[in-house]
Design a protein around this ligand. Structure first.
Ligand code: F0G
Length: 413
């Protein structure tokens, strides 16, 4: 499924005819659509539908995804050693993660094909997103999750949206392998990011981001790496709008992985891809040892001159708390970006005055257990205690004004 019968690599969707409209016309049309009430125009994905592989009459399955903010993050910039830093917050999607931008397209395609059952393997966010879009489309939905390794918030979403949640003994890679085998033998429609329609949706985030920057790309775009669909999608998106002359430059795309789950970073160093048998990280969203899209992601990194690097559990936790102090917040996997940028600045790869955008992939509330443990200094990764460098512990106070006043004495901004 989804692979070339000759080389075995993942399929890509490519436009064969040149775009009928020029860049000025497209910029203007997309801008006009911001005033429209049409559901397709209100979606941050379908607004760019000239670049999606559907005719004008397709019935889209949408929850109003995309349209996510691009924040200035001065504290995070300071922390990284940059003059400024922008955060593209994909956690502000309908189900709280970037997956929605791909899922709207994949589920639209499932309906178009007349599929009855959609399925995925997931560390939680794909599951929550698919469950929601399947419910909107009135499709049956099955998700495979690694037992005991998915946050409660993500499971709660999938359950409430009515998906059949199957807990599998084993990690995400085991779930992925089993669901691929099943998809080959049955009529279920698989919507993990090996499905090229997912990538088509996610690539539009590059369009939205470039538009927010006045139709320019930043110097650097930094993305967390798990199964590597998202970095692949950004690579494809930026290449398409650059080729169509909608932007004058492409960003260097760098991918950051957690130290304990970093097969792509090892590939970057050695140019030999070896899956990791026992991936481990507290950033459960990216606890993945055999990423399916590593070749596509490599194309994005290699073609743009980016880097792939790793960050430790401590670095992720502290970066996450720093993003929180900008009033933004994110889930642990997303914070690899800010931790990674800090490292790439100190290595000299990113310069202090360059334009840098980090992609935050999931909402702060996706994993509150992690947050509470960090701030109460009880977070640990196996034997390793994670320091609460920026911990903000809860204070117990007596119900008396003077006690409260005393507790507030040293409060600052
Ligand atoms: N950040 C978050 C919050 C994620 O949920 C994921 C992946 C990633 C980053 C990595 O993105 O896989 O495209 O490289 N989550 C998948 C899931 C695996 O099942 O929800 P990627």
């Amino acid at each position: 499924m989804y692979v070339c019968s000759h080389c075995g690599d993942l399929l890509d969707i490519e436009r064969v005819e040149p775009m009928a409209e020029g860049p000025d016309e497209l910029h203007a049309r997309w801008s006009e659509r911001l005033q429209s009430r049409d559901a397709r125009d209100r979606s941050g994905v379908w607004r760019f539908r000239e670049f999606l592989p559907f005719g004008g009459d397709v019935a889209v399955v949408s929850l109003g995804e995309g349209n996510t903010p691009l924040y200035d993050a001065p504290r995070s910039a300071d922390y990284c050693g940059l003059n400024s830093l922008k955060l593209k917050h994909q956690g502000n999607n309908p189900t709280g993660s970037f997956k929605d931008t791909g899922m709207t397209v994949a589920v639209t395609q499932a309906v178009k094909l007349g599929m009855r059952l959609v399925a995925c393997a997931s560390t939680g966010n794909t599951a929550a997103s698919l469950a929601a879009y399947a419910a909107r489309a009135r499709l049956a939905c099955a998700i495979l999750v690694p037992e005991g390794q998915v946050s409660d918030a993500k499971l709660a979403q999938a359950l409430d949206y009515g998906a059949k949640v199957l807990e599998i003994e084993g990690n995400f890679d085991v779930c992925m392998r089993v669901i691929k085998e099943l998809a080959e033998q049955s009529s279920l429609y698989l919507v993990n990011s090996i499905n090229p329609f997912r990538i088509e949706g996610q690539k539009t985030v590059a369009f939205e981001l470039a538009e927010q920057l006045g139709w320019e790309a930043p110097d650097h775009l930094v993305v967390p790496g798990g199964n590597l669909g998202n970095s692949s999608a950004f690579g494809k998106g930026f290449t398409e709008i650059f080729t169509a002359k909608l932007i004058p430059n492409r960003p260097r795309i760098s991918v950051i992985q957690a130290e304990g789950a970093s097969p792509f970073a090892r590939f970057y160093d050695s140019r030999e891809f070896v899956a990791e048998q026992h991936p481990h990280t507290l950033a459960t969203a990216i606890k993945i040892g055999a990423p399916v899209s590593w070749k596509k992601a490599w194309r994005a990194v290699h073609e743009t001159g980016g880097r792939v690097t790793t960050v430790s559990e401590q670095e992720i936790a502290d970066a996450k708390a720093t993003i929180g102090r900008d009033g933004i917040g994110c889930e642990p996997a997303s914070a690899t970006t800010v931790a990674g940028i800090r490292k790439l600045v100190s290595d000299g790869f990113i310069k202090k005055d360059e334009r840098v955008v980090a992609v935050l992939t999931g909402h702060l509330l996706k994993d509150t257990d992690y947050v509470i443990k960090y701030h109460s200094q009880t977070l640990s990764a196996g034997e390793q205690r994670i320091r609460g460098t920026f911990a903000n512990a809860i204070t117990r106070v007596a119900a008396r004004p003077c006690a409260i006043e005393a507790a507030l004495k040293n409060v600052n901004d």
